[in-house]
Design a protein around this ligand. Structure first.
Ligand code: AHM
Ligand code: MG
Length: 318
């Protein structure tokens, strides 16, 4: 049994996440007025995607916060090729590694649509006082001790789990503080919303094509077609389905043979939240949290959401 994170360490990490998140949230609210926030940076990241200015700004802000919090020995982020170890004394003695997607839903930044930050925290495997290594970063999602996301939506929310349920906090922009607003969040066991980029449907496996037809038919448990909702920011689509019930799917497609989403920065943290709220997260065939990662930027097909909906989709794939 893994030992839960102590409340002292949790408070330190929440502080490290909240500070940049609050400042980013304020910048995002004024994005159209700030030269340094909107638009492309002019670089490609390790996945060959055009980096937005806000991707880079967010990445740097979170790295600084984790480096200076004193209990993190290394980080890895979607925006950097390799993991980054903090070689100071405090860094080497840090007990945790953090993997994160600093700005999820980048394509929505410039069009004033919800975006997010996703994070995942593990205890290091290498001994304290030594240089952390790749094995510290490549742990299965079952080993997470703290994970969550910040949603920069019509309000800004921090949602997290430490393995004892899921709580949601809303940013009070006047006090500049996250306040508990959604205690013990539960994902409805069934729902009537499906979220996927249906532009890809003709390139998907037959089982998935048939599942989407089932969602659109009167054959499902509601006797009515489900609603299709796809924001294109995983955090926002996930958060809506967490509250209302629903399924989010990003399958294997020819352009992304392993799916588009990154196992360590996106799939694992949200999979743990889903499970802790009573939902499920799988590749369509196996549990996300049990995958043993082999590389930092590894991707995985993703079926996450209400338990019965994910099980139904898996039955169609089988
Ligand atoms: P990003 O982290 O570079 O923004 O990519 C992840 C995003 C998810 O937020 C979103 O659900 C998905 O990619 C959208 O992809 P697509 O445009 O192919 O539907
Ligand atoms: Mg992302």
């Amino acid at each position: 049994m893994k030992e839960p994170i102590s409340s002292k360490d949790l408070a330190t990490l929440i502080q490290a996440i909240s500070e940049p998140a609050i400042s980013l949230s304020l910048d995002i609210r004024r994005a159209g007025l700030l030269e340094h926030v909107l638009g492309q940076q002019g670089n490609l990241n390790v996945q060959g995607e055009a980096q937005q200015k806000l991707d880079v700004l967010a990445d740097e802000a979170f790295i600084r916060a984790f480096q200076s919090c004193g209990i993190v020995c290394a980080i890895a982020s979607e925006e950097n090729d390799d993991y980054l170890a903090f070689p100071s004394d405090a860094g080497l003695n840090g007990e945790y590694v953090v993997l994160f997607d600093p700005l999820d839903g980048s394509s929505n930044i410039d069009v004033n649509v919800s975006i997010g930050t996703i994070f995942s925290v593990y205890r290091r495997i290498s001994p304290k006082g030594t240089m952390p290594d790749l094995n510290d970063m490549l742990q299965p999602g079952t080993e997470q001790v703290f994970a969550g996301y910040v949603l920069y939506g019509s309000s800004t929310m921090l949602v997290y789990t430490t393995g004892n349920g899921v709580d949601g906090y809303t940013l009070d922009p006047v006090k500049e503080q996250f306040m508990l607003s959604h205690e013990t969040m539960r994902m409805p066991e069934n729902g009537r919303i499906y979220s996927m980029n249906e532009g890809n449907i003709q390139e998907c496996e037959q089982g998935l094509v048939r599942y989407i037809q089932y969602c659109q038919s009167r054959e499902n448990q509601t006797g009515m077609p489900y609603s299709g909702r796809y924001i294109g920011s995983l955090v926002a689509d996930f958060h809506r389905n967490l509250i209302k019930g629903g399924i989010y799917i990003y399958p294997e497609v020819p352009a992304s043979p392993q799916g588009r989403l990154r196992l360590l920065y996106e799939c694992n943290p949200l999979a743990w939240i889903a499970e802790q709220a009573g939902g499920l997260a799988t590749t369509g065939r196996k549990r996300i949290l049990e995958i043993s990662p082999t590389s930092l930027h590894q991707r995985a097909p993703y079926y996450v959401g209400s338990k019965w909906m994910v099980e139904k989709a898996m039955a169609f794939l089988a």
